[in-house]
Design a protein around this ligand. Structure first.
Ligand code: GLA
Length: 394
């Protein structure tokens, strides 16, 4: 857990001002991968890894942003903020400033200290947590009142346009709207959502394969382009298909053969994943964990074989998990090409499960996996005032 008091002290020692502190969580996606930008369904949960953003106003016309994790600080005049990213950590807070300016919000001069414990490059959305924490912190110094669903959309725009990763809305949305002890089923078209309680006797065990992934450029954008190619073909036959959310397995059976083979597979993953995700939310709400687990394993197979976004190390983690007593379901979570698996495990089995998984993975790959026992947590909120009062923890 991040230390709010320590982050406050770091900020006041450096800037001589007592900060207000905001937090935004990372996330784990239980099911629904690469469906968000197809206007489909996702079911993530916010986790108890987060970014803290400590902020105080300045009176010298400067914006100073300090990253504790990278041990770096950058300074810009408010009138000379960059308009483009530079492929560094600073793109995330600078990106949200650029978007706020586009929205007509005047950026006040401020000092911002960012301190996070979301593992970077692990598929747990450290980037969205930095964006959302920074945005709510900066907004607190302005008169603007923006609903959290809109904050999510603006942070997504920063990631798409400033950082240069063509990601969907999932990560920013759950970082804004997650709730303690709940998963969130999001309709990425309407942005309507429902919360499903995670049974108290179930643990969220996240296993980090330690294979790093990155979204800016790379495979994520390639997959997205393949999906768009398939969507265009289906649209040419049935114009109501604007995005893959609108397509059915029957559409694919009729016209899929006209696609390049890999494009057909990418589309099949997304179309079937949408169906699985809605069914998984129903199963969770009905307390039918057996069905939920089966859908997670099926989702992993589809992500691996059709979307081809897994890697051998992650597949080993899922195969090992499947054999463990008390494991309800396991799959690769997040953008893919490395990162973490999400395992739903009965509480009573969670500690033996984690030990066995670590040992089995080390034996098979020579890599020591990090295993995190997480809890579904709240979305972004303020945790301390500038006077140092700790606000009621969500
Ligand atoms: C990343 C993106 C999300 C989503 C997932 C895949 O986390 O940021 O928008 O597309 O990958 O489900």
């Amino acid at each position: 857990m991040l230390d709010v008091t320590a982050t406050r002290s770091l900020h006041s020692q450096r800037f001589g001002q007592s900060p207000a502190v905001f937090t935004a969580p990372g996330r784990v996606n239980i099911i629904g991968e690469h469906t968000d930008y197809a206007d489909g369904f996702v079911m993530p949960a916010a986790i108890d890894f987060a970014t803290l953003a400590a902020i105080s106003p300045r009176d010298d016309g400067a914006v100073v942003i300090r990253s504790v994790n990278f041990d770096e600080e950058v300074t810009y005049p408010v009138s000379g903020l960059p308009a483009k990213g530079s492929h560094q950590w600073r793109d995330y807070p600078l990106g949200i400033l650029s978007v706020l300016r586009e929205e007509g919000i005047q950026i006040p001069p401020f000092s911002l200290t960012l301190n996070g414990d979301v593992p970077i490059g692990a598929g747990l959305s450290s980037s969205a947590s930095i964006e959302v924490a920074s945005m709510v912190a900066v907004l607190s110094l302005t008169p603007a009142e923006i609903p959290m669903t809109r904050v999510a959309q603006l942070c997504q725009r920063a990631e798409n346009h400033f950082v240069g990763a063509s990601t969907g809305i999932m990560d920013q949305f759950i970082a804004c709207c997650g709730e303690k002890d709940h998963a969130l089923l999001l309709d990425c078209r309407s942005l309507e959502y429902r919360l499903a309680p995670i049974p108290p006797d179930i643990s969220l065990v996240i296993a980090n394969s330690m294979v790093k992934h990155s979204h800016a450029g790379g495979e994520y954008n390639t997959r997205r382009a393949e999906v768009e190619e398939g969507t265009a073909l289906l649209h040419s036959h049935r114009p109501e298909i604007k995005l893959l959310r609108d397509a059915t397995p029957d559409d694919l059976a009729r016209w899929g053969q006209e696609m390049r083979p890999e494009v057909l597979k990418r589309c099949r993953h997304i179309i079937t994943e949408n169906i699985r995700t809605v069914a998984a939310a129903d199963a969770l709400e009905a307390g039918d964990l057996k069905t939920l687990g089966r859908l997670m394993y099926e989702a992993h197979a589809s992500y691996r074989d059709d979307f081809e976004a897994s890697c051998p190390e992650v597949d080993i983690l899922v195969d090992l998990a499947k054999k463990e007593p008390g494991c309800i379901g396991a799959r690769l979570t997040g953008g893919g090409f490395g990162g973490c698996t999400i395992n739903l495990v009965e509480n009573t089995a969670a500690s033996a499960f984690s030990e066995h998984l670590r040992a089995g993975y080390l034996d098979a790959t020579g890599i020591a996996a990090d295993i995190y026992l997480c809890h579904a947590s709240a979305g972004a909120h303020q945790i301390s005032t500038s006077k140092g009062e700790i606000l009621f923890a969500k």
